[in-house]
Design a protein around this ligand. Sequence first.
Ligand code: ADP
Ligand code: C5P
Ligand code: MG
Length: 219
Amino acid sequence: MIVRLLSSLSAKVPSILYRAALIMKPQVVFVLGGPGAGKGTQCAKIVENYNYTHLSAGDLLRAERSREGSEFGQLIDSYIKDGKIVPVEITINLLRKAMEETMQTDEKKFRFLIDGFPRNEDNLRGWSTVMDGKADVKFVLFFDCSNEVCIDRCLERGKSSGRTDDNRQSLEKRIQTYLQSTRPIISLYEKRGKVHTVDASRDVDEVFANVKTILDAEG
Ligand code: ADP
Ligand code: C5P
Ligand code: MG
């Protein structure tokens, strides 16, 4: 009797945990920094070491650009080449869908690194409209390095990335967009005490050591 009770209880414990996770609000870390600062590189390392799902707004937009039948393909293509920020209605839907799909596939996956978002006021407004109350933004992980380092890294990446925007002409525009539109968003979160800044100019492992300290302290 007791054995049966115990075994039925132990069978239930994981399912209770799963259900708790199911009703967990998504926990979000926004990952920001200049083009080529190393956001994607560091997010990949975080995913290897912590229970986070990496969603890159840029990757999602590139996938939508090449999705057959997408009504936004051409618009996304021209915005990316011009280093401009795509209207948030498109981006937020891609992010929301990706988050929902992740959580539907695995209830334990409710921690997200949202890389390259919010990049301007429009992005922020779209996030608030669609996600306020539905997800908790824990903090912003800000990869900080000089424009020169950013440009050099993107030009180097451009030798093999096949990206239409890893060239000098697009990069000048991307840096302008970063300085004019994204930095003010980072400042806004800084005023709320929600930014962890990492010196992204150091080598990959040194940067990651810094990231680990932050994530371990945040729990
Ligand atoms: P982002 O996602 O911020 O645009 P990536 O992670 O794609 O940046 O990195 C841009 C390029 O720089 C890639 O070619 C990557 O291999 C390289 N890279 C990333 N982090 C570093 C680093 N700390 N030091 C040197 N090169 C780096
Ligand atoms: O982050 P990543 O470098 O992949 O972004 C590439 C481009 O995708 C940006 O320069 C921009 O044109 C577009 N993008 C966007 N809105 C975002 C993120 C990326 O329009 N939030
Ligand atoms: Mg990237």
